[in-house]
Design a protein around this ligand. Structure first.
Ligand SMILES: [Zn+2]
Length: 173
């Protein structure tokens, strides 16, 4: 059985040791992610492999899958976002080190020696959420053709249109 993901760890040490973790985490235990979701039921599955590449560079490869429940920013109804993400990180201590990384790596900026490895999983889930999540047109409760017509018209919409009101709200704020 694979060891449990430690609460806190020195990522470079984990890389030195060639540690590998695999597990599941309840979405409602991820405090930064949870407020972005309409439902925190369910789990994310993750794999984290800490090792070193052929240049002895510390490397963290991860894979995260989850089904996130979000709010569609067009019709305001819940929508499902399947996440299936791979990432490759290398711990760095500053911008210079980050810039020196080969393209296939994303920098993992270390502010302290220790980090919460579960943060890597949570970060990836947060990154997977688009700034304005929306259903694909066919699944959205808003009729897209109508929406486009009214929003492109120079005159204000004639009918009561909740989305016209919403747009106005956004413009005002
Ligand atoms: Zn929608």
């Amino acid at each position: 059985m694979l060891p449990q993901l430690p609460e806190q760890a020195d990522p470079r040490r984990l890389c030195e040791q060639g540690k590998r973790f695999e597990g599941r985490v309840a979405l409602n235990s991820l405090d930064r992610l949870a407020p972005l979701l309409t439902s925190t039921e369910g789990e994310a599955a993750f794999q984290l492999v800490f090792d070193r590449d052929e240049h002895k560079r510390s490397r963290i490869r991860g894979h995260v899958t989850a089904d996130l429940q979000l709010r569609c920013q067009r019709c305001m109804q819940p929508m499902r976002l399947p996440v299936d993400a791979d990432f490759t990180l290398s711990p760095v201590e500053g911008l210079r080190e980050a810039e020196a990384l080969p393209e296939e790596y994303d920098p993992l900026l270390l502010e302290e020696r220790l980090l919460h490895p579960m943060d890597l999983v949570e970060d990836e889930l947060i990154l997977a959420i688009p700034p304005a999540p929306r259903h694909v047109a066919a699944e959205c409760a808003v009729d897209l053709s109508e929406y486009r017509d009214s929003s492109e018209a120079a005159e204000p919409a004639q009918r009561e249109n909740p989305f016209a009101a919403l747009k106005q709200l956004k413009r005002d704020s």
